[in-house]
Design a protein around this ligand. Structure first.
Ligand SMILES: Cc1ncc(COP(=O)(O)O)c(C=O)c1O
Length: 387
């Protein structure tokens, strides 16, 4: 019967991150720096809010778009923090993680043969969803522009079929962010074009050197931009599965239909927890961010000392060193590190073909783990040189 399975589903593959993670879990005594999951606990007051919600019997369906309290809090949060203006009544949708927000956004705007521009290397969650819509991902090589998708690069790849540009900044896997100037140049290019922007800002609370800026805060862009956010990374709440989607009402009303038939609504208990996170806990990410930045500085210095060429990240909790001084193939190098050094990093090829020649290290791990992993990598590279 397998031949009856939808061809597009058959053609997509499991994420290379997970595949690699599953593969290395067979090896003993490996320090894994592979997963993009904050190592902090969900803040206690957020957990208490969820417990109270259960005791208060907040256990039924909510409005399809999420409780009005949470939508109001989400709108207030992005207004205060990023100068974004959305009406909680009809421009905010609470989703099952950022992942589902991306899915329903793409399903609403894409058609057969639409083209979607996105940077490469890039988070592997977009491509399969684009392909399931019969649309075509157009990965642009950003390895020459410090992993930044520039207006020039976008312009070179625009066609009459371009329906959407994905701006995933701060970036997983590279940790880079775009400057206000770069966002304005992209806005100037796209403002008179019938092209949507999907701005995945799930790491917006983890920007080190400045305040996070969203392209939707540039006035000409709100009408064509879908902003994706959520509490997974900002509040260490990956398992609660709460994402947020912000879009102008003409667009949100159609996205909401897809969402409604897809999941009805996000978990009521998780929504109560997210409400607490975005109100009483609106600055919960500040301390986590300080810790991530210290770890970044440590890991960056160690990698540079070992001889890796690496762009210093300004956000998220990943660093993406080039392996060209050591190996030509990122999968083989990552496997070698697992077997010989006892450290797991994700091969860059998991982030599109433009990630080949790099590895991703997640520093969402304790300083002790990071120190031990860096020591192991360094010892291995030194012994390799003397062979
Ligand atoms: C860039 C990016 N977008 C979206 C997601 C998915 O987030 P969520 O867990 O909220 O679905 C991730 C998760 O790693 C991510 O890195």
């Amino acid at each position: 019967m397998e031949h009856l399975i939808n061809k597009r589903v058959k053609e997509i593959e499991l994420s290379g991150i997970r595949t690699f993670y599953n593969m290395v879990s067979q090896y003993q005594d490996v320090l894994s720096l592979t997963i993009g999951q904050p190592d902090f606990l969900t803040p206690q007051h957020v957990k208490e809010a969820a417990k109270s919600a259960i005791d208060d019997n907040q256990t039924s369906y909510t409005h399809n778009a999420g409780t009005i309290e949470l939508r109001e809090a989400a709108a207030q949060f992005v207004k205060e923090k990023y100068d974004l203006h959305y009406n909680p009544a009809d421009e905010v949708i609470v989703t099952i993680g950022a992942s589902q927000a991306i899915d329903i956004a793409l399903r609403t705007i894409l058609e057969e043969d639409s083209e979607v521009i996105l940077p490469g290397p890039v988070y592997p969650g977009y491509e399969p969803l684009i392909r399931l819509n019969g649309a075509k991902p157009v990965h642009i090589d950003t390895t020459e522009t410090g992993f930044r998708l520039t207006a020039d690069l976008i312009q070179q790849h625009l066609t009459s079929k371009t329906r959407c540009v994905i701006l995933p900044y701060p970036s997983n896997p590279t940790g880079v962010t775009l400057s206000q100037q770069e966002l304005e140049e992209i806005a100037a290019l796209l403002s008179d074009k019938n092209i949507f922007v999907l701005s995945d800002e799930i790491y917006s609370e983890l920007v080190f050197d400045k305040k996070h800026q969203s392209i939707a805060s540039i006035s000409s862009m709100k009408e064509k931009t879908i902003v994706i956010n959520g509490v997974s990374k900002s509040h260490s709440m990956t398992g609660w599965r709460i994402g947020l989607l912000f879009a102008p009402s003409y667009l949100a009303k159609h996205i909401l239909k897809v969402h409604q038939y897809n999941v009805s609504c996000a978990s009521s208990v998780s929504q109560a927890a997210a409400l607490e996170a975005l109100t009483a806990g609106k600055n919960d990410a500040v301390d986590m961010k300080k810790e991530y930045e210290q770890r970044l500085n440590y890991v960056y210095d160690r990698l540079v000392n070992m001889g890796f060429d690496v762009e210093k990240p300004t956000g998220a909790f990943y660093i993406f060193p080039s392996i060209q001084n050591f190996h030509s193939n990122s999968f083989d190098f990552a496997l070698e590190l697992v077997k010989e050094a006892g450290v797991a990093l994700v091969p860059g090829s998991a982030f599109s073909s433009h990630g080949e020649g790099y590895v991703r290290l997640s520093y969402a791990y304790s300083m002790n783990t990071l120190r031990a992993a860096c020591d192991r990598i360094e010892a291995y590279l030194t012994s390799r040189q003397s062979r």
